[in-house]
Structure formats: structure tokens, C-alpha cells
Design a protein around this ligand. Structure first.
Ligand code: ADP
Ligand code: TRP
Length: 325
């Protein structure tokens, strides 16, 4: 059975970019014939967050958000990265075959270095841990945003080198680039990202949501002027939520001109609110029963550990770490 696997870092509340660029597609993929494993990458998040309450809170929030948005634990396995210690051991074993040069070329480390910022060993070895995440479950397909494709390539390199030394032990995965993973614009028209402070949260309360949307930056062209919709970020955001007919109507209005951006913002707020209203309702139910979320994570960890244990044993065997009796 083909296995899909992906991880998402618990670095803050999820925003529209995360939803349309990743989460929605994870949820769609759970409905196919493949087995899907999704995990919350708290070990990776430790490279940027060093506050235990925040990490704990973020992991619980991420799990609750994913379940509220439709991730179905009957169809996909949801777990927390650190609940599978096998991965950390595998990470070391992979490190022993990973050349420094391979990691020096990886962008997270390289970018920090080029800015003259101090980079820790955790950040440097980040792609090896990610490779262990993928290889521990014999994953075939790794759906990721464009920014993570390099890391999946590194994972293939590491697995290839390992197999070169030890035989055919690890399954080589393939990245599957998620649709629009580079494209959801934020409040200022730049890519929506926590690091730019331009996000709109999925679980924003209606009042806060309206306020944010009303604050989206727009240009100062006169109302009458016809406008090209495709290049306008407000239109792009609206298109994420609206059906094809609504999108066509909105595009026609842009091309006619004679409208204010305020009107578009109000429509965007209304459509976004109703789009996520079911998820908001489900989230409130889960908040009232946090045990449900914990149970899902416990069951997910047990399933994931079982698989990772088998793969780790295979790797340990190949390296000569197991004693034969
Ligand atoms: P952030 O940039 O806010 O820190 P992450 O890097 O944690 O977000 O992204 C998690 C997932 O969401 C990744 O798969 C990424 O590709 C996707 N994603 C994040 N921002 C966007 C965006 N603006 N448009 C599309 N996809 C996005
Ligand atoms: N590095 C990924 C990110 O920041 C998260 C991640 C960790 C991941 N391990 C993974 C993604 C394994 C896919 C597969 O988005």
C-alpha cells in the first residue's frame, strides 16, 4: 500500500495560507486509497521555540485545529513527532552517512548563516531529522510546500547513500508539491506567513476576522477605474473561498470598475466566515472534550511506533547493532 506522510510544525495558530497551501490537501489525500500519516513536528519546532508551555499549547492547538478542519483519525493517522522516539535514533544512524556539504547547502541553515546569525546544530541537522521522519515509516509520497522540496531531495540522497553502504534497506520517497503552496497572499499582498506578521487565522473570531480583512492593503486607484482581477491580492483571496460563478462575477466587477475595495472586503469576510463556520463549531466541541484529541494522538502514536519500530530494527540490523543469538 502506498504511504503518504507529511509533517507540520506547531509554531503558532494556522492561517489561511496553511489551510489552502497544505491542510486542505492533506485532508483530501486521506480519502484516497493510500495510507496517510500526518504528524505535528514538535522536535523541529524546538529549533525556534524554547518555551515549554508554548510548545505544549501549540501541539494541542495544532491537533485540535486539524481535527476540526476535517482530518479524520479513522482514515489518517495523526500523531506527535516526539511520541515516536524511534525517529530520533534513526536520525543519528542517518547522520553517520550524511556529508556535511549536503546540509551546508540546505536553505534554512544557509539563509541564517548568510545573514550572519548564529545557527545551532539543531538547525543544521534539521533535514536529517526530517529524513528520519520520512524514512521511519517507509513513506512513498511526501506532500509538501515548495519550500520543503529541497529537504525531501536531501532525504532521498541520504537514503540512497545509506542503501549504497548497507544494501536495499530504506524506501526512497518522492515529494509531491502541494498546489498553491507558494501563493496565498497575506494582508500586505506578500506571501502570507507567520514570519511576516501578515496572516489571517483560520479560527479568528468573526469580529477580529472582519477587522483584519478591512485592514488588507489595497491600492489607491479611483473607484471608477477598471481593474485587472488576477493580479489583485484581495481578489485572489476571495477566489480561494468562492465557487466558480461567484469568482466570475467578481472578476467581471473588477473589469467594469466602479466599485470600492470596501465592498469586496465585506464579501470576503462573509464568505470566509461561512466557509469555516462548521470547523469553528467542531473546534468548540473538541475544546469542550480535550480527551478526544488526546485519545486520537495516543492511538496515532501507537500506530506510528509500531511501523517505525519495524523500520528501525531493519536499519539497526543492517548497521550491525543487533545481537544475533
Ligand atoms: P509560516 O510561513 O506561516 O511559518 P509554515 O512554513 O509553517 O508557515 O507552513 C506550513 C505549511 O503551509 C507548508 O506546507 C507551507 O507550504 C504552507 N503555507 C504556508 N504559508 C503559505 C502561503 N502563504 N501560501 C500557501 N501555502 C502556505
Ligand atoms: N520541515 C517541515 C516544515 O517546516 C515539517 C516537517 C518535519 C516535515 N518533518 C517532515 C514535512 C517530514 C514532511 C515530511 O514545514
Amino acid at each position: 500500500m502506498v504511504r503518504i506522510l507529511s509533517g507540520i510544525q506547531p509554531t503558532g495558530r494556522f492561517h489561511w495560507g496553511n489551510y489552502f497551501g497544505a491542510i486542505r490537501q492533506y485532508i483530501d489525500l486521506q480519502n484516497g486509497r493510500e495510507t496517510a500519516f500526518y504528524f505535528i513536528a514538535n522536535l523541529h519546532a524546538l529549533t525556534t521555540i524554547r518555551d515549554r508551555e508554548r510548545i505544549r499549547r501549540n501541539v494541542l492547538d495544532a491537533a485540535t485545529d486539524l481535527l476540526a478542519l476535517g482530518l479524520d483519525p479513522e482514515r489518517a493517522t495523526l500523531f506527535v513527532q516526539s511520541d515516536v522516539p524511534e525517529v530520533s535514533e534513526l536520525s543519528w544512524l542517518l547522520m553517520t552517512v550524511t556529508p556535511m556539504g549536503l546540509l551546508e547547502r540546505c536553505h534554512a541553515y544557509k539563509d541564517k548563516k548568510s545573514k550572519g546569525l548564529p545557527a545551532g546544530t539543531g538547525l543544521f541537522a534539521y533535514p536529517v531529522l526530517m529524513a528520519a521522519d520520512i524514512l521511519a515509516y517507509d513513506s512513498d509520497i511526501v506532500p509538501v510546500g515548495e519550500d520543503q522540496v529541497q529537504h525531501v531531495e536531501v532525504c532521498r540522497d541520504i537514503a540512497g547513500t545509506f542503501n549504497h553502504h548497507y544494501g536495499d534497506v530504506l524506501v526512497l520517497p518522492k515529494a509531491q508539491v502541494l498546489e498553491s503552496s507558494a501563493r496565498v497572499p497575506g494582508l500586505d499582498g506578500e506571501k502570507m506567513s507567520k514570519s511576516y506578521g501578515n496572516t489571517i487565522g483560520i479560527f479568528e473570531e468573526p469580529k477580529a476576522l472582519k477587522k483584519k480583512i478591512m485592514g488588507i492593503k489595497t491600492d489607491s486607484r479611483p473607484m471608477e477605474e477598471p481593474k485587472e482581477p488576477e493580479t489583485d491580492h484581495l481578489y485572489q483571496l476571495y477566489s480561494l473561498f468562492a465557487g466558480p460563478e461567484q469568482v466570475a462575477e467578481m472578476a467581471a466587477m473588477y473589469r467594469r470598475g466602479g466599485f470600492g475595495y470596501g465592498t469586496v472586503k465585506k464579501e470576503l469576510a462573509a464568505i470566509a466566515e461561512s466557509f469555516f463556520s462548521e470547523a469553528h463549531q467542531r473546534r468548540r466541541e473538541l475544546e469542550a472534550n480535550p480527551r478526544i484529541v488526546q485519545d486520537v494522538l495516543d492511538r496515532g502514536a501507537a500506530t506510528a511506533r509500531e511501523k517505525a519500530g519495524v523500520v528501525l530494527r531493519r536499519v539497526q540490523d543492517a548497521c550491525g547493532l543487533t545481537r544475533s543469538v
